[in-house]
Design a protein around this ligand. Structure first.
Ligand code: AMP
Ligand code: GLY
Length: 431
């Protein structure tokens, strides 16, 4: 029987979406590919759909008018805006949770309440709508704590406070509008300690398939110094897990999906669990309602599956029938940024050497912040520019190959961390 191809619209513009698009394009089911808004790398595989990715009705109408057979949603904002609901209401299969399920990321208080009902280990917390009451609680805690604006704050809105003064300053920022409406409700929680580990899982609302573990590097500078960023590098799998930790994290993902279903909410799509590996076992820092960025750029290259089939199965409740396998290889990805990131930086610099890097064994260069000019040159167009990923049989080889590939690429202001993955080699006891 001939394989039925379907046309696909993918929403988003980052390295995560380039990795998703590439994997979708490798499926025998993939027909014509569309992106909105896309980036310089994505435009080499797809055309741009003239829609605003957060306009739920507009996306659904365009997809219906253009015979789209699958809409895949990359970032959180369209999910929380209800794009999934509108696309499904138009009768079109969609990858990504509906707006009510996306509250797992859209509201930290909502996520905490689900975790409490599902008996998921997480930091103890209280939520506040009033600065004075929150300040009283912070003083009562009297030491390190974490202050979080409740809503989406584009990766900001979390203040890890070493002492009461920093926590009070963070509260003041939230309640005086530094994170917009996201800060009208504030969660204050216990500070957890340990290495972090991300676990992505695909789910159709019943079946939960954990993908490989990965670890991000959030700080801008070597040695985990400097400000927080969207992620400077990542590897998969995480070699420092102790016996039983993966099973505990996987069980948490299943319990959350089961709890939501019991609450009347079908969660379908990717659920991202951000864990801290504490001495009392893995505890949840946060859930995201989507694939991680840059985690996706090391998890997907290692995954042996038809991503179109998997995405359709998440939507129609048949994920249990999909074959998802893993190689025993390793992936390391180094993010090349524009000088100045995460502060201000210049754009429009010509990038050279991507083809030379990709000619290397096991190397893929995912575009994050790039654009194409009229001649087809690739230009920098963001703070995080490229994710240089290498897959190899050993961790050390993947790391060496990723850095060798970074050397082939050049643009004015090219900046990157030189210690991605080093801690994983040191071992758990040295973290
Ligand atoms: P979140 O967006 O909630 O994951 O927070 C961003 C980052 O803040 C996490 O990746 C951690 O590095 C840190 N963080 C969040 N919550 C806590 C916590 N309870 N204890 C220590 N660090 C935290
Ligand atoms: N890497 C963190 C995130 O995707 O939220």
């Amino acid at each position: 029987m001939a394989i039925e191809k379907i046309d696909i619209l993918l929403l988003g513009a980052g390295g995560r979406e380039h990795a998703l698009l590439k994997k979708l394009s490798e499926s025998p089911r993939a027909g014509k590919l569309w992106v909105a808004p896309g980036n310089g790398g994505m435009l080499q595989l797809a055309d741009v759909a003239p829609v605003n990715q957060e306009d739920a009705a507009g996306v659904a109408a365009w997809a219906a008018a253009n015979g789209i057979g699958l809409v895949a949603i990359g970032p959180e904002a369209p999910l929380v805006a209800g794009v999934g609901d509108a696309v499904r209401a138009a009768g079109i299969p969609c990858f990504g949770p509906n707006g009510n399920a996306a509250q797992m990321e859209g509201s930290k208080k909502f996520a905490k309440e689900v975790m409490a009902r599902a008996n998921v280990p997480t930091a103890s917390y209280q939520s506040f709508t009033d600065e004075a009451a929150a300040a009283d609680y912070v003083r009562q805690l009297g030491g390190p704590c974490v202050v979080k604006a409740d809503g989406l704050a584009a990766g900001k809105g979390v203040i890890v406070a070493a002492n009461t003064e920093e926590a009070l300053a963070g509260l003041h920022e939230c309640f005086t509008g530094a994170f917009g409406d996201a800060g009208n409700l504030v969660v204050v929680e216990e500070m957890l300690e340990g290495p972090e580990c991300s676990l992505l899982a695909l789910t159709d609302g019943t079946t939960v398939v954990p993908l490989a573990t990965s670890q991000d590097h959030k700080r801008a500078l070597d040695g985990d110094l400097g400000p927080n960023t969207g992620g400077m590098g990542v590897y998969s799998p995480v070699p420092i897990l102790l016996d039983g930790e993966l099973e505990q994290m996987s069980a948490v993902m299943q319990r959350v999906v089961d709890q939501l279903r019991a609450d009347g909410i079908t969660y379908s799509g990717c659920l991202y669990g951000g864990f801290m590996l504490t001495k009392d076992g893995p505890k949840v820092l946060e859930f995201n309602a989507r694939f991680g960025d840059p985690e996706t750029q090391v998890v997907l290259p290692r995954m042996k599956a038809d991503l179109v089939e998997a995405f359709l199965a998440c939507d129609n409740g048949t994920l249990a029938d999909v074959d998802i396998a893993w190689g025993d290889d390793w992936a390391v990805s180094v993010v090349l940024t524009s000088a100045g990131y995460p502060g201000s930086y210049e754009k429009g610099k010509v990038i050279t050497g991507i083809a030379d890097a990709e000619a290397m064994e096991g190397v893929t260069v995912y575009h994050a912040g790039t654009a194409l000019d009229a001649e087809g040159n690739v230009l920098t167009a963001g703070g995080r520019v490229l994710d240089v990923t290498a897959v190899a049989p050993t961790f050390e080889a993947a790391r060496a190959q990723a850095y060798a590939a970074c050397d082939k690429i050049d643009f004015e202001g090219k900046t990157f961390r030189t210690d991605i993955g080093l801690k994983a080699i040191l071992g758990r006891e040295n973290l």
